[in-house]
Design a protein around this ligand. Sequence first.
Ligand code: TXA
Ligand code: MG
Length: 317
Amino acid sequence: MIIKAEGAAIAEAARIIRAGGLVAFPTETVYGLGADATQGRAVARIFEAKGRPRFNPLIVHVADLEAALGLAIFCKQALALARHFWPGPLTLVLPLPPQRRFQISDLVTAGLGAVAIRVPAHPVARELLAALALPIAAPSANKSGRVSPTRAEHVEADLGGEADMILDGGSADAGLESTIVTLAPEPTLLRPGAIAREDIEAVLNCRLADFRQGTVQSPGQLLSHYAPRALLRLNAAGAALPGEALLGFGPLAPEAALNLSPTGDLREAAANLFAYLRELDAQQPAGIAVTPIPETGLGEAINDRLRRASAPKQSHS
Ligand code: TXA
Ligand code: MG
């Protein structure tokens, strides 16, 4: 449902997000599909709505630098870029601190040790973030594989059935996504975007290394994902082998298992996935046996993640 972003609409959008819903909202680059970044299940709904076959990490949107400082570790260079370009279309990928003001869902970072953050400049996005006082995880508001939307009508055509509300703030003027930069191990351009490389280099007073495009489709895939040390055995029916820990799904999973969702809810399973893998891995089992998870809806992305964790470890290129 498209709602003009005026009057009580912003407060209503904030209420929907707080309640775990999805709101599409304009930014100065493209429209985003937003959820409360601290609620795993709400974030799982984003992947479901977009039909993303894998859990790519998402950009976290915050109201200002102060809010961002509570979410990530800023080195001097990161601070300089934030002070210069925020609010605006620059996304910084920065290390997560051990102690955080907000607990960002593992699904947002895809279990990585870094989070992508930006402070959008669009007045509607800023009002929404100010009203909410929570970080918003948001990818572009299009179905997976489609072009990014720059008008509320584009979002409606793609995600009209999935978004609880589409805030209409006119057309997004950049139409080009945010530029993504990381600073460690060296300043690197992860994705070219609305802010030119030269402008970032001028602030840093150094050249940006290039992200090598190769076969990798998104910068998130470049960074090594959290992989359990234990070997995973998928589609394990029945009991675990000696020394194996058991990760179950649904009402039929053996009782001894840590269960991703006893009721068989894929959203709940997605929200628990990274934390449960870590928890079992910490017990240092000989292996982790996982009971079958259906290949439907979010099950596809969950199985993709498990398959990649079960493959022999390989170096990331
Ligand atoms: O302009 C934009 O950036 C828009 C608006 C809505 O903010 N958002 C956007 O999101 O383009 P999306 O999901 O379409 O692209 C996000 C990119 C992906 O390529 C993802 O891999 C990367 O950001 N990314 C997110 N978190 C990351 C992380 N922790 N480490 C590395 N890359 C990350
Ligand atoms: Mg996109």
